[in-house]
Design a protein around this ligand. Structure first.
Ligand SMILES: [Zn+2]
Length: 483
């Protein structure tokens, strides 16, 4: 149905890694709206311009209020409803890592979750976080309060002293946050990730009172959903929650250092969700969130960048929005959405190439970076092979040769040339890719990605070059044994 009862198809924007430039978001919003998405879930983390007591929770390159209003304007023009996300329990690393907020931690060694028994965490920190984010979202109908992966519960002295188990402490804090949202922002319904509730008993969940306060977003990014969500979970949720959301993934689910999304695995995950939603009658599905993680947590390196994940995002949107279409038809529409030339014909099973590198020939926002990452994958493979060949397989540039400065100069000449050639190519790649990335990201994100991906290869090659040079420079050698 249309109107407020229409199911929501939500694209998750995880801004805690490589936050994109505004004009890329504008182009992206147009594409996803054209593909049928009708909402976005915006996870600001440290990219929100916090103020007052929270001002240091913002990254130094956080978006300005003006930029956020601009982004919200683009979303509105495209008919995308905006759902803000604020973590209110765990995954508060971006705040708790700071000296000035460390006293809010549950465990002083781990800056992940707040202590729910410290009265200041709610009254000083959580309320303020919510108020500041909501001040830029005055018309939202939903607020996602996070609450996933709260790994340390009932762990500090204050919490254990209350003689409540972790489940009760969790429920108490979430209920308090949800009640605050509902009373402070009338008409706003809190959403939360479901993983902490999943292993509760039906009675625990019913008695927690959360059924009247929040709507759970049930997330599974694996292809086999039933393995992680046995049917009794749906029975339990169906009895307690009038509405349930689900969450699949289009990036950031199959490896912390992945470069581009695996289309086969992501499409299988999304299609599996379709089957679950079609066959599970005991819950009312409110909407589906296609998550796109940028880092696995605040401290992790970058995984797949958003521009190179546009093909995965559009493919999965088209698949879930047209469940009755044959896959071939969705693929045809996908090629159109990506502005692919007729020469690009994907293998629809994605088995032979789960990354579909030929999509670099299309012209979607992000296609030039997609091509560049394809070149990177080839360079990376060559560098790793050369390194392994020279230091492990061949007999003249192993660590033994280096340690004893003992090798055949003639044997090393060719290796030296190959290493120098690859170093030159890596330098050229770094320069051209920096230029392309600047179209999508600020300098900090560009530098971070290049440092994580390109520099380690260049360092490996530079160390080989250095070793080879020293070994070649020698012209007399000692008698054996060498040690
Ligand atoms: Zn505590």
């Amino acid at each position: 149905p249309e109107g407020p009862l229409r199911k929501l198809y939500v694209v998750h924007l995880d801004l805690k890694g490589a936050p994109p430039r505004m004009y890329f978001l504008k182009a992206l919003f147009r594409l996803i709206a054209a593909a049928g998405a009708n909402a976005i879930l915006v996870e600001y983390e440290d990219m929100f311009p916090f103020e007052g007591v929270l001002q240091n929770a913002s990254a130094r390159n956080a978006y300005s209020r003006k930029e956020i209003l601009q982004m919200l304007g683009y979303a509105q023009e495209c008919g995308l409803e905006v759902i803000p996300l604020v973590q209110t329990f765990g995954h508060l690393e971006f705040i708790l890592k700071l000296q000035e907020f460390r006293h809010f931690r549950e465990l002083s060694a781990f800056p992940q979750e707040i202590c729910p028994s410290n009265p200041d965490t709610f009254s000083v920190l959580v309320q303020e976080l919510i108020r500041q984010v909501m001040s830029l979202h005055p018309t939202t109908r939903w607020l996602h309060i996070g609450c996933d992966e709260v790994f340390h519960l009932a762990a500090c002295g204050r919490c254990t002293g209350r003689h409540m188990n972790g489940r009760l402490l969790f429920a108490e804090h979430v209920a308090r946050v949800a009640q605050f949202v509902r009373s402070e922002f009338v008409g706003v319904t809190p959403l939360m990730w479901d993983d902490m509730l999943r292993h509760w008993s039906s009675t625990d969940l019913a008695e927690s009172g959360l059924g009247e306060l929040v709507e759970p977003v049930v997330w599974v990014y694996a292809e086999n959903i039933a393995r992680l969500l046995p049917h009794y979970v749906w029975h339990m949720y169906g009895r307690v929650f009038p509405h349930v959301w689900v969450a699949s993934a289009f990036k950031g689910a199959y490896g912390e250092t992945a470069l581009v999304p695996d289309l086969r695995r992501h499409s299988e995950n999304n299609l599996a969700w379709l089957r679950i939603m079609r066959t599970t009658k005991i819950v009312q599905f409110r909407g589906m969130v296609l998550t796109g993680w940028s880092r696995y947590d605040h401290f992790a390196v970058l995984c797949e960048l958003l521009p190179v994940s546009v093909p995965s995002l559009l493919l999965n949107l088209l698949l879930v929005l047209h469940p009755r279409w044959p896959k071939l038809q969705a693929i045809r529409l996908w090629m159109q959405a990506l502005s692919c030339p007729p020469t690009v014909t994907p293998d629809e099973s994605f088995v032979s190439d789960p990354f579909q590198w030929h999509l670099g020939a299309c012209s979607f926002p992000g296609s030039n970076l997609f091509s560049a990452v394809g070149s990177y994958v080839a360079l990376q493979a060559r560098a790793m092979t050369l390194y392994a060949d020279l230091t492990e397989r061949h007999g003249w540039l192993t660590m033994y040769n280096v340690r004893h400065n003992f090798s055949s100069p003639w044997r090393l000449l060719e290796a030296h040339v190959s290493v120098q050639r690859l170093l030159r190519e890596l330098t050229a790649f770094r320069n051209s890719t920096a230029h392309i990335m600047t179209q999508y990201f600020d300098q900090f994100a560009v530098d971070e990605w290049l440092e994580q991906k390109v520099d380690p290869l260049a360092e490996k090659m530079a160390s080989l070059e250095n070793f080879a040079q020293n070994l070649i420079a020698r012209d007399t050698w000692p008698r054996r044994p060498l040690s």
